[in-house]
Design a protein around this ligand. Structure first.
Ligand code: BGC
Length: 731
């Protein structure tokens, strides 16, 4: 009987496919009945068919964006690319950004640096899914995120927008984020390609960052500055996250940066856009320019820029036509760009579905809020906890909360800024969690003496302080007083700490701040920019409902003199009035620098406390040559359940005078352990993990020798040590 029905069904399918035109394979999209609407054909074939039907003008038109007002108007898409109704090509909508849609209001997720602090690719998936879903429900096809530029200097205005200073952590978070974002049907856009690591020195000393939505750093400005970076540092530090986005996450689009890289501007950089991106990595998507980053029509066309979303400048039809007519760029450059876009849209099913509706009512605010809170909880990084100050004791009857950031929404400025639907502040979070048996008082901290007296009268004081990072200008210095707009927060903390021995400092940071008072307070919790559901998250960590499990994705300098760029204007903001930024520290970025120079940071990369304690044991190293596995056992030695984040670092052998960082992160994992529980953690190592970029060979090489294997809980706490023979080396 069953076989009979199956035969009937097959026969019916064959019959229908004979009588209906190929469009029977059309999805319920907006493509129409054209030959390229046949969903059984490959994206490339469909692109060929459509391409053949396009007029030269239609092709040229597709290269430039179409709505100049889009960036500035509240509630608008960040970019609009008109479709071609005659051919069923849909209009494509673009939105920022890495913290959520910058188009009206959104849930207000924790900043990307906070996400990196979770050391948890699962939560990166959550973050990517929420951002992309909200972008989709605002009618967008593409979201301009994630930002994967490495924090070369913590002064960099966009430090909050990226995933910190390490290429492996950045890559793992970015890949998970992109895959989840693209699973929603939205195309991700990895940015800013490449070596876009500074905004420029704010001549007002960092004040602009806090006072305007976009700062304008003049000296060493990203708009003109040339990142002079050797191929090794580029390949090992600045490019891996882009490479992983292309190869491991299949990202659909990539945004070229404002700055120049070793001479040419990033959006007309053949080495970056063609040799590395297309030929080596096999990128199949399309490239698009940052806003105003394209300004040389033939240069952009010839070297591989596909689309200029805004205004457009270089890709105005008249300019493109002039470049083609004069022979400055061949017509094939336009064809190539059009094909890249069409193939991508077919690959992502853009033609085969209805347009996404722009209606906030589709957003599940409750679910997104919960997700946001969960990320904020996992990001909270406990930097100091003397005499088990935290979690807040159950005998506490009164808490003084001090500092206006406790009532505000902390976010970085610029295209990564978002406006939350509603903000659940830290003060609200503490009040709600403390319940009716605990008196919670508040002072905005403007009058230090008044704040201190409130603190003195309470059992515990919690001072909430924040920094200010923003796009367009770098921070003028790493002090919490930079910018002055925020008041003298260091002095406030000092005064309160003198009045109340039980003072907890909660920091909302978009990067690194100096903490001259750090040994004077018993506890410091780094909450990062925790998002609009950060209040309850911070409260749950403070009260011990959840273990603080964030780890530093960026080194906390003890003073500014420790930065690799300190006293080196050639390195930052750049020599020649800031036009040439020499990345002469090479691969010694972040903790690699501190290790190489034997500097003691305030808090090292990978560091963060738990409410319990852990021990590592049983290190085993198997394999060798160009592949290995490192294993270790982690045990919860305390009396509470908690999260451990074991990390594997390697010190590769140096050969032929090529210096190697003493330690480079090669693996990490986050585990939740009950008291007394043990778990074995595995770190697989492939050939790439054991390689360095050889400038002379222009490729990845394994040098023969013995690699130092180090497993521990931060870049400076590595109790398990062994050796791993790599290449033809021995230990
Ligand atoms: C930023 C990009 C952003 C674009 C559109 C630029 O200023 O650098 O990251 O996507 O604006 O808002």
């Amino acid at each position: 009987m069953r076989a009979y029905f199956t035969t009937l069904a097959v026969a019916a399918t064959v019959l229908f496919s004979l009588v209906l035109p190929p469009a029977s394979a059309q999805a319920s999209g907006r493509c129409g009945n054209h030959a390229w609407c046949n969903t059984t054909l490959s994206p490339e074939r469909r692109a060929d068919l459509l391409f053949a039907a396009m007029t030269p003008d239609e092709k040229i038109d597709l290269l430039g964006g179409d709505r100049i007002t889009s960036v500035a108007v509240e509630g608008e898409h960040t970019g609009v690319q008109n479709g071609i109704p005659r051919l069923g090509v849909p209009t494509i909508y673009y939105s920022d950004g890495p913290v959520g849609p910058r188009q009206g209001k959104s849930i207000g997720l924790p900043a990307p640096l906070a996400l990196a602090a979770t050391f948890d690719p699962d939560l990166a998936r959550t973050h990517g899914r929420v951002v992309a879903t909200e972008a989709k429900f605002k009618g967008n096809d593409v979201v301009f995120a994630p930002t994967v530029n490495i924090a070369r200097t913590p002064l960099g205005g966009r430090t909050f927008e990226g995933y910190g200073e390490d290429p492996l952590l950045t890559s793992r978070i970015a890949v998970a984020w992109i895959k989840a974002a693209q699973n929603t049907g939205v195309i991700a856009n990895v940015k800013h390609y490449a070596a876009n690591n500074q905004e420029g020195v704010d001549l007002a000393g960092g004040e602009l960052v806090a006072r305007s939505p976009f700062g304008f750093g003049l000296e060493g400005s990203r708009m003109v500055q040339n990142s002079i970076v050797d191929s090794r540092a580029l390949r090992e530090i600045y490019l891996p996250a882009f490479e992983a986005a292309v190869k491991d996450a299949g990202v659909g689009t990539i945004m070229c940066a404002y700055n120049r890289v070793n001479g040419p501007y990033a959006c007309e950089n053949k080495e970056l856009l063609q040799k590395i991106l297309r030929t080596e990595w096999g990128f199949k998507g399309y490239t698009l320019a940052d806003y105003l980053a394209a300004h040389n029509t033939p240069g952009n066309l010839n070297n591989g820029l596909d689309f200029e979303p805004w205004p457009p400048l270089a890709y105005q039809p008249a300019f493109i036509k002039a470049a083609l007519a004069s022979g400055a760029a061949p017509a094939s450059t336009v064809d190539r760009a059009v094909r890249h876009m069409l193939v991508t849209w077919f690959r992502f099913g853009v033609f085969d579905r209805p347009a996404y509706r722009n209606n906030d009512a589709q957003i599940d605010k409750q679910a997104d809020g919960k997700a946001s809170q969960k990320i904020a909880e996992a990001a909270a990084t406990l930097l100091r906890n003397e005499r088990s100050m935290l979690p807040i004791s159950t005998t506490t009857r009164s808490i003084a909360v001090i500092g206006s950031p406790a009532t505000e929404f902390a976010v970085g400025g610029g295209s990564g800024a978002v406006k939350p639907f509603t903000n659940h502040s830290i003060l609200d979070g503490i009040r709600a969690r403390a319940g009716s048996k605990v008196t919670v008082t508040y002072d905005d901290g403007r009058d230090h003496a008044r704040a201190a007296s409130l603190a003195r009268r309470a059992d515990v004081a919690i001072v909430v302080a924040r920094d200010a990072y923003g796009e367009g200008a770098d921070r003028g210095c790493l002090s919490l007083q930079c910018p002055s707009l925020l008041g003298n927060q260091d002095a406030l903390i000092d005064t309160v700490a003198r009045a109340q021995g039980k003072t907890v400092v909660v920091l909302e940071s978009g990067g690194v701040s100096l903490m001259p008072w750090r040994t004077k307070v018993p506890a410091i919790l780094q909450a990062w920019y925790p998002g609009a559901h950060g209040g309850p998250a911070v409260a749950r960590v403070l009260f011990g409902d959840v273990d603080p499990s964030g780890r530093l994705p960026i080194t906390y300098a003890a003073n500014e003199g420790q930065l690799p760029t300190a006293g080196r204007r050639d390195r930052y903001p750049g020599s020649n009035a800031g036009f040439d930024t020499h990345y002469s520290e090479g691969v010694f970025v972040g903790y690699r620098w501190y290790d190489e120079k034997n500097l003691r940071p305030a808090y090292p990369f990978g560091y963060g406390l738990s409410y319990t304690t852990f021990r590592l044991s049983g290190l085993s190293v198997t394999g060798g040559g160009d592949q290995a596995t490192v294993r270790a056992i982690v045990t919860n030695t305390g009396s509470r359940a908690g999260f451990a984040v074991p990390q594997l670092y390697l010190g590769l052998p140096s050969s032929q005078g090529v210096p190697q960082p003493p330690s480079a992160l090669k693996g990490f994992t986050k585990v939740y352990l009950q008291p007394g529980e043990s778990m074995t953690v595995n770190f697989p190592l492939d050939r790439r993990a054991l390689s360095y970029w050889s400038t002379s060979a222009s490729g990845w090489r394994v040098s023969d020798g013995c690699a130092a294997v180090k497993v521990g809980f931060s870049s400076r706490d590595l109790p398990l040590r062994s050796g791993l023979p790599v290449g033809a080396g021995r230990c």
